[in-house]
Design a protein around this ligand. Structure first.
Ligand code: 5GP
Length: 197
């Protein structure tokens, strides 16, 4: 077998493994696409004629951001931040640290933070505080998922895809130990998929 074929086989085996680790699909590709379209339409209406910067939070928000920005029919700039909020596990470390900061200036511009999931809300609260100190015209939050049962601080996304139960989810950008981000849906992992990790 040449190297191209063995690479393909490897990808295929990993794909099957990933699907096998999912206990249940919580949100299908179609449900997510419908919701992202609605969110994009609402954002388009609200930010018409405004200087809008989408701030994607790496890495979990990349797929949501990529889909959402194409549903926003008004000009947007895009930038990214990376923060660490969780260690490689399923529980919060309580530590939030900036790993990558914005490249763009946000002074007097309208900022929309794009997050994959709001859990305790600590990450978002921290980000909003940091970005507010840079004097943007406004700060909003678009989150694909929300786990309201786990909230420790009083923060509500302005644009929300789905409220979900307190389960650890992966797919559509969300990972467990850097795996499963490329699944096209949001699913709940089988407990043994992370207990063995
Ligand atoms: P918070 O600071 O709100 O507790 O945590 C937010 C971050 O925790 C999210 O951006 C995400 O990286 C991670 N997180 C929280 N819940 C989940 C989950 O169910 N699955 C995954 N993959 N990450 C989660």
């Amino acid at each position: 077998m040449d190297s191209t074929n063995s690479a393909l086989l490897y990808e295929t085996e990993r794909g099957v493994d990933a699907v096998d680790d999912v206990q249940r699909v919580l949100l299908s590709e179609e449900e997510i696409a419908r919701k992202v379209k609605q969110l994009g339409a609402a954002i388009t209406e609200d930010y018409q004629g405004k200087d809008l910067v989408l701030v994607g939070i790496l890495k979990g928000a990349i797929i949501f951001l990529a889909d959402l920005m194409r549903e926003i029919k008004t000009p947007v700039n895009v930038d990214f931040m990376a923060v660490s909020s969780y260690a490689e596990g399923t529980t919060s470390s309580g530590v939030v640290r900036i790993l990558k900061d914005l490249d763009l200036s946000i002074e007097n511009r309208h900022i929309l933070i794009v997050e994959d999931i709001v859990d305790t809300g600590l990450t978002l609260e921290y980000l909003v505080d940091i970005l507010r100190s840079r004097h943007p015209a406004s700060i909003g939050v678009a989150a694909l998922l929300d786990k309201p049962d786990r909230r420790l601080v009083d923060i509500i996304p302005d644009y929300l895809g789905f409220s979900i139960p307190d389960e650890f989810v992966v797919g559509y950008g969300l990972d467990f130990a850097e795996q499963y981000r490329s699944l096209p849906y949001v699913g709940i992992l089988k407990p043994d998929a992370y207990q063995d990790a």
